[in-house]
Design a protein around this ligand. Structure first.
Ligand code: PHB
Length: 377
């Protein structure tokens, strides 16, 4: 996306991608796009498939005490919505667009090392997919290398960089199943047995999650056990899970992380290289898009005018949204999950919080505004 946005401002970039194109386009990840993300895709010529195939959602259901409580985005946010369109499909669209615009994406590279990022002559050495070594000179480097980033470590810890980290005492078991949708909208269920999330991918493929222990193994979860647990946590008034054939299952760990600053010299971090959110708010990809939108503006302004002002202000521009999103993702997680050491009092208090938030227009608005995403600055 950064490469695409820069191209639209007349700036050349090279994308070094560790994986093959087939791996990038085939890896299943989360699937909820904020209104901002869809708008930016449409405005920059990437809207055809997301508009045709994405499933627009105008609300979510928070489920507790065996009943659903709808958060109606339309009326609470002036008609904003989210779109269920899997992240790898966004990548399919971006890669096709970059390549048809003459973009330079080098897949399957390894041994990537950034040199001299604090000078005005950084360069990157890497091995290409055929095993040949290269050096690439550039004006600046964007570290978009995900949560297992190496570029983050180039910002010296303690003297310059501060890391903020939180681990959670739970994880999600995620499945993909061939089944009809169990619900028209996503269901986030709080249940004494633990959290469950009912999501979707297409009319034929459903995505569902169960809260599990972070130490749990996927081998402990037969298909029968998964379905019976989903039924136990979700079925009730107005909801009935529809079973199907499970063809993918995995356990996802939960963490919150932010590093500050997100830049050093001519190195700029974006997305999971700089921050991670737990998946409850469906924010990871959207936050990465907000980062690169701001970063592309800073880079473009520098090349157009020679003024580094916006570029130097990159971290302070994006951090307020990142921390708001950290709070939202933490808050949704803590309201909806069963904590292993929670007392009966804690569970009652949690249900009271959900009751307060869903009963009040102000509470529902707060969730709706954050879920659809506050507009990009
Ligand atoms: C998903 O469909 O993968 C999904 C949906 C909502 C979330 C997280 C993941 O909050």
């Amino acid at each position: 996306m950064l490469s695409h946005l820069l191209h639209l401002r007349g700036i050349e970039s090279v994308v070094l991608e560790a994986r093959t194109r087939a791996e990038v386009e085939g890896t299943i990840r989360a699937g909820v796009l904020e209104q901002n993300t869809v708008d930016l895709m449409v405005e920059t010529g990437l809207g055809d498939r997301v508009k045709a195939e994405g499933l627009e959602h105008h609300g979510i259901e928070l489920r507790f005490g065996g009943r659903g409580h709808r958060i109606a985005f339309d009326e609470l946010t002036d008609g904003r919505a989210v779109t269920v369109y899997p992240q790898h499909e966004v990548l399919v669209d971006l890669i096709a667009k970059r390549l048809s615009d003459g973009g330079d994406i080098r897949f399957g590279v390894s041994e990537v090392k950034v040199h001299d990022h604090a000078t005005d002559k950084p360069y990157i050495t890497y091995t290409d997919a055929d095993g040949n070594r290269h050096a690439l000179a550039c004006a600046m480097v964007a570290g978009c290398d995900g949560s297992r980033t190496e570029t983050r470590n180039l910002i010296p810890e303690a003297t310059i960089r501060q890391d903020y980290f939180r681990q959670y005492p739970f994880a999600w078991l995620g499945i993909l199943a061939e089944a009809p949708p169990s619900s028209e909208e996503l269901i986030y269920a709080n249940h004494p047995r633990g959290f469950a999330l009912i999501s979707t991918r297409t009319p034929e493929v459903q995505r569902q999650y169960l809260q599990v222990d972070p130490e749990d193994s996927i081998d402990n979860w037969s298909d029968d056990r998964i379905w019976s647990e989903l039924h136990a946590r979700v079925d009730g008034e107005g909801a009935q899970i529809k079973d199907g054939r499970i063809f993918e299952k995995s356990i996802l760990q939960f963490r919150s992380f932010v590093c500050e600053p997100m830049q050093h010299g001519n190195l700029f971090l974006a997305g999971d290289a700089a921050h991670t959110v737990p998946p409850t708010g469906a924010k990871g990809l959207n936050l990465a898009v907000a980062d690169v939108y701001a970063l592309s503006n800073g880079i473009a302004e520098f090349f157009e005018t020679g003024d580094r002002g916006r570029l130097d202000a990159y971290t302070e521009t994006v951090l307020p949204r990142i921390w708001r999103t950290q709070h939202f993702s933490w808050w949704m997680s803590s309201m909806l999950h069963r904590l292993p050491d929670a007392s009966a009092f804690d569970h009652r208090r949690q249900v009271a919080e959900l009751d307060m938030v869903t009963r009040s227009v102000a509470g529902r608005t707060l969730i709706a505004e954050n879920y659809v995403g506050t507009p990009l600055d």
